[in-house]
Design a protein around this ligand. Sequence first.
Ligand code: SF4
Length: 294
Amino acid sequence: MRFEGRIYRPPSEADSLLLQLTVGCSHNCCAFCAMYVEKRYRVRPLEDVLEDVDAAARLYPHTRRVFLCDGDALSAGFETFAAVCVRINTQFPRLERIAAYTNARDLLRCSPAQLRQLRDLRFSLAYLGLESGSGAVLELIRKGATPEDMVEMARVARNADIALSAIVLLGAGGAALSEDHVRGTIEVVNAMQPKYLSFLTAMIVPHTSLMTWTRQGTFAPLTDRAILHEARTMLAGLELHDTLFRMNHVSNLIALGGRLPSDKGGLLERLAALLPRALDTVTCVCSEEEGLML
Ligand code: SF4
């Protein structure tokens, strides 16, 4: 098995077999993201990926979960993605699920029949960097998708029985767009009804536009207290029917988690108790020495 460069996967894929279908991210211009700045995007040759699947099957024949790297494996196109899924299904008889980071553009490019075909091949979990439900914030951070795209993506994924794990980025709009970020995100997440929802915090890291704008003074990062306030206000506004919520990424100020809606009251109480003790200082800006925090 071969890997190129630094490899990222969601925390919940810690026990999954990682296979690299694409290198880097085809978008690679979100204002906060430095995950793939050192990589030039490309789709790996299919025969190389299939060889890696075969090699992994010899080493880990009992694999149940596979995560396809890098930033948007479905950008390889339906035919290539499906061919890899077919080989994974053939080689791992105990396979339960295939997952990948996805975006609205790639998912919406597939027809409903193609998505159902992928679901039949056990592609059952799509991680989506929603970041925000505010159109203004999505534009600012150059996400390349609108709130409407995000809601539509959730609809087509649900119709194909592909679960969504949506990631929201606290502080993504800075101080200027904080209210809009909260309001839009509540609206969009409620419309999406994702099976999984994570709150991460926007870390201002080197080699990103957010770092440049922060240094120039055109982007004001949130203080710790303001970040927790965003988290609490968003959570309070969410009306989710059955979602597993997590706020336990390394970027988060505290670790929280529970099922929504049943645990919502307790989660809000914990956040309310923490707010008076939170700092009114900005701690989400990382220096070169501290390195990447994503
Ligand atoms: S956040 Fe996702 S889509 Fe945006 S540049 Fe990073 S990997 Fe690509």
